[in-house]
Design a protein around this ligand. Structure first.
Ligand SMILES: O=C(O)CCC(=O)C(=O)O
Ligand SMILES: [Fe+2]
Length: 177
């Protein structure tokens, strides 16, 4: 499932309207076998390289994210948070990026905390969406400050939280975060 055609995307992905309404989408996007293998080996360099490829033309992430937002620039990191050293994140909006994503690499059954919180700026506590760290292969795509949203990651209380965090923009973003 490395290249995805338009018909596949339209039939299998959540609608664009849902993203506009809620500001986020969460769904299962299976890892290509080479990524699954690299995760098993904890080969972070390989994972980093594969994600670069997937964000490029014809790649799985490029196809999926482009379905929602045209982009020509992308950045990504492998974000690893361990309970021993982790701290509460702060609310932020990912600056001038058009859209953000987090593709879970979590395999740690001891993982506690590390929730991703998401809200419209100025929203009340009840209007907050909380994503408990999902299992590997869960993709969350979410809107940024450009559309008035912000997010933060809670402190990991036990175990290790791993994800690929990324950002995509049509024009090159300002490099401030
Ligand atoms: O770790 C995540 O799921 C998101 C991280 C994030 O928001 C960021 O690095 O800007
Ligand atoms: Fe962020």
């Amino acid at each position: 499932m490395d290249t995805l055609d338009k018909a596949y995307l339209e039939q299998n992905l959540p609608s664009k309207r849902l993203l506009e309404e809620r500001g986020y989408l969460k769904f299962h996007l299976p890892f290509p076998s080479e990524l699954a293998k690299a995760l098993e080996l904890k080969d972070w360099d390989k994972i980093d390289q594969l994600i670069s490829n997937y964000l490029c033309c014809g790649g799985i992430l490029n196809s999926v994210i482009s379905y929602y937002q045209d982009f020509s620039h992308s950045e990504h990191i492998i974000a690893i948070r361990e309970s021993e050293t982790d701290e509460n994140g702060i609310w932020h909006d990912d600056g001038s990026r058009d859209i953000a994503f987090t593709w879970s690499l979590n395999t740690d059954s001891n993982l506690a905390g590390g929730e991703l919180l998401f809200r419209k700026k100025g929203a009340s506590e009840e209007e907050l969406t909380t994503f408990t760290p999902p299992p590997k292969e869960t993709l969350i795509i979410f809107l940024t400050g450009r559309d008035g949203y912000e997010h933060k990651v809670n402190r990991v209380k036990a175990g290790t939280r791993r994800t690929i965090a990324g950002w995509c923009s049509l024009v090159a973003p300002n490099w401030s975060h």
